[in-house]
Design a protein around this ligand. Structure first.
Ligand code: HEC
Length: 87
């Protein structure tokens, strides 16, 4: 088990995500790394995440990209709320 974890950590690029198999982590990995690296959930507080998500929503619109659907957005918000940093 330990070896497997080390392997996963070595293969993934960017920070390892907490609870990597939850729907919100999957959204973050699949929808949010096309243009830049993975932003670790703990890298900012939840209110900061909300601001950044609004900015990303605007940027998606600007580029004609489909924003997250309601289910993905809910999952991502729940995930960030659970794992955001405290300062
Ligand atoms: C279409 C390309 C694109 C996608 C897809 C994208 N982003 Fe971004 N993101 C950017 C660009 C460009 C910037 C930097 C410019 C800016 O901050 O306005 C950025 C900046 C950020 C920042 C600020 C990083 C910092 O260090 O200040 C965060 C946080 C972020 N994105 C989160 C997300 C999340 C969450 C998603 C998925 C919902 C996402 N991004 C998807 C293009 C994208």
């Amino acid at each position: 088990m330990r070896a497997a974890l080390v392997l996963v950590a070595a293969l993934g690029c960017g920070p390892a995500l907490p609870d990597p198999d939850t729907p919100g982590a999957v959204v973050l990995r699949t929808r949010c790394t096309g243009c830049h690296g993975l932003n670790a959930p703990g890298s900012m507080t939840f209110p900061m995440w909300q601001v950044q998500l609004e900015r990303m929503r605007g940027l998606f619109a600007q580029r004609g990209l489909p924003w997250l659907d309601a289910r993905e957005e809910r999952a991502l918000l729940d995930y960030l709320a659970a794992h955001a940093g405290t300062s």
